[in-house]
Design a protein around this ligand. Structure first.
Ligand code: NDP
Length: 244
């Protein structure tokens, strides 16, 4: 682990399960002071048992006012991982208003809002910072039934670039990681059908899905001082999907 994490304050959203949980554990083991934000209290309780010292923050990021109050009170942070997201897959002709609203509220609007709150505090405290937004290969390629999800991630990639531009002068770096399918709960719900997963794997040059650790390692790199000159970029963790 990178010694640049020791003693630094980190906020990880969507830390109850999957990729976010693994990021929170890795940062904690590397000596960071981690606040783990998620929606289901039981997940945060088991995480705090697994990694004593992790500070739980139970919150639905779709709630703008609750987010303002809770994240504002928990800061300041030097490291932020915007990882929470939902994947509500529907054929385009059946897309519902509810799916559009929930998906944009969590996957896009909450990232903007949490980043604003955290960046304002970084700037007020004169802290340099690093923000990593967890996007997807789906931000750059059309996938069947993913009209809303692809659009939220595409918006997230562009948001990250503008944030990098405006926050750079404050010594705050902003990057995205863009994974292919990972068999977390989200991955299992959407990719367990063997025909569907085989078709996707066939389009990935490395011939497999990503592991949670592949994504965690890339997030840690972009948070760490090893990527000190990298901002506004997207790191693919897609086995080559986007060049195939
Ligand atoms: P999971 O569904 O396994 O975990 C998501 C976590 O985010 C859960 O702990 C969930 O809590 C939390 N969360 C969701 N909505 C909210 C909310 N409104 N407020 C607070 N917390 C919330 O997802 P993954 O770990 O697979 O995904 C992590 C990130 O990686 C996401 O941004 C996803 O889009 C991206 N990604 C995932 C891929 C995959 O195939 N798995 C591929 C490419 C990108 P709860 O369960 O309590 O709602």
């Amino acid at each position: 682990p990178d010694s640049s994490f020791r003693g630094r304050r980190a906020l990880v959203t969507g830390a109850g399960k999957g990729i976010g949980r693994a990021v929170a554990v890795a940062l904690c083991k590397a000596g960071a002071r981690v606040t783990a934000l998620s929606r289901t209290a039981a997940d945060l309780e088991s995480l705090a048992r697994e990694c004593p010292g992790i500070e739980p923050l139970c919150l639905d990021l779709a709630d703008w006012d609750a987010t303002e109050a809770a994240v504002g009170a928990a800061g300041p942070f030097e490291l932020l991982v915007n990882n929470a997201a939902v994947a509500m897959l529907q054929p385009f002709l059946q897309v519902t208003r509810e799916a559009v609203e929930r998906s944009f509220d969590v996957n896009f609007r909450a990232v903007l809002h949490v980043s604003q709150i955290v960046a304002r505090q970084m700037i007020a405290q004169g802290l340099p910072g690093a923000i990593v937004n967890v996007s997807s290969q789906a931000s750059q390629r059309a996938l069947r039934d993913h009209a809303v999800y692809c659009s939220t991630k595409s918006a997230l990639d562009m948001l990250s670039k503008v944030m990098a531009m405006e926050l750079g002068p404050h010594k705050i770096r902003v990057n995205t990681v863009n994974p292919t399918v990972v068999m977390t709960d989200m991955g299992r719900i959407n990719w367990s059908d063997p025909q569907k997963s085989a078709a996707m794997i066939n389009r990935i040059p490395l011939g497999k899905f990503a592991e949670v650790d592949d994504v965690v390692n890339s997030i840690l790199f972009l948070l760490s001082d090893k990527s000190a000159m990298t901002t506004g970029s997207s790191l693919m963790v897609d086995g080559g999907f986007l060049v195939s």
